[in-house]
Design a protein around this ligand. Structure first.
Ligand code: CUA
Length: 326
């Protein structure tokens, strides 16, 4: 009994890590549900097989080998070695083939175009074939209860796009567009992660994945399409002046202002996002200051230069301006 209790405790501790916002085992989408179902069936099958094999092993060490007839031995080999695996593999193949058409279904209207950058995500929303995209970064928002298409590209190196709680992963390859589609089944905040080694900050290339009820999503997208509101308050106004004086707009765009850079993430509604620096910092003024002062210290290899020549007051004003962009 103590052995079993220890085994149960150990497996509980191990499986404890399988829950949460980045787990395929707490699915929030139809495609992830398929993967989770498949996992539990395969785990159950593996447990049964393991018990069966060990049972047989114990059995053959206990009996006199000659006691088993030639016929029984042949039946075991043909049944266990050919018929059983053929039936199981054919069943799994049929299940997989029946699920594949849905994965190719582009869905109804919404396309999210995601580009893997070093080490962040460029995100564009195209609704009903519209050519003018809503540009954002480091966060994917999707409507619940409907299928949306995700088109994937990469800049410079290969990345891989994965939101475990919503579905499978797809590689992002420079110069080639790959596609997938997702059908979230419940509203909630999930987490995505790059799953192809792409350089020194690969592990720090994450993003928030927010699933909203369809009406809330439409309202959010309409607001996201609007230009940034002018800064409110003394600190934020000073922050915008510093943003312009430091030339931040050469790399970053803030729609509705003179900043139109395309090199770095679009910052138009930065303050409304759930995280900063591609899913690794909270969206707070302190985190913004920490990031702007020395991006390299937070994310090794980040292309953004350090602004450590700015004083604490200037950094706080800059952070107030950026956080106010909601
Ligand atoms: Cu991008 Cu790993």
């Amino acid at each position: 009994l103590p052995v079993r209790a220890i085994a149960a405790l150990v497996s509980l501790a191990l499986l404890g890590g399988c829950d949460g916002v980045q787990s395929v085992l707490s699915p929030g989408g139809r495609d992830a549900q398929v993967i989770a179902t498949l996992f539990w069936w395969m785990l159950g099958g593996a447990v049964i097989l393991w018990l069966l094999m060990n049972g047989l092993l114990v059995y053959v060490t206990r009996i006199d080998q000659r006691a088993m007839s030639q016929r029984t031995a042949e039946a075991l080999i043909i049944g266990g070695g050919i018929v059983f695996p053929t039936v199981v593999l054919a069943g799994l193949l049929a299940f997989a083939l029946s699920e594949m058409p849905r994965q190719r279904d582009p869905g109804t209207g919404l396309t999210v175009r995601v580009t893997g950058e070093s080490w962040w995500w460029r995100v564009e929303y195209l609704k009903d074939g519209a050519t003018a995209a809503v540009v954002s970064a480091n966060e994917i928002r999707l409507p619940a209860h409907q299928r949306s298409e995700i088109t994937l590209n990469a800049h410079r190196v290969i990345h891989s796009f994965w939101i475990p709680a919503l579905g499978g992963k797809t590689d992002m390859i420079p110069g080639r567009e790959t596609r997938m589609s997702l059908e979230p089944t419940r509203a909630g905040e999930f987490r995505g992660q790059c799953t192809e080694f792409c350089g020194e900050s690969h592990a720090l290339m994450a993003f928030g994945a927010v699933v909203m009820e369809p009406e809330a999503f439409d309202a959010w997208l309409a607001k996201e399409a609007e230009p940034a509101a002018p800064p409110e308050g003394e600190a934020a106004r000073r922050g915008q002046a510093i943003f312009n004086a430091e030339g931040c707009g050469a790399c970053h765009a803030i729609r509705g202002t003179a900043a139109t850079g395309r090199v770095g993430p679009d910052l138009t509604h930065l303050g409304g996002r759930v995280s900063l620096a591609a899913g690794i910092l909270p969206m707070t003024e302190d985190a913004l200051i920490r990031w702007i002062r020395d991006p390299e210290a937070v994310k090794p290899g980040a292309r953004m230069p350090a602004y450590d020549h700015l004083g604490d007051g200037d950094l706080a004003a800059l952070a107030a301006y950026l956080e106010g962009l909601t």
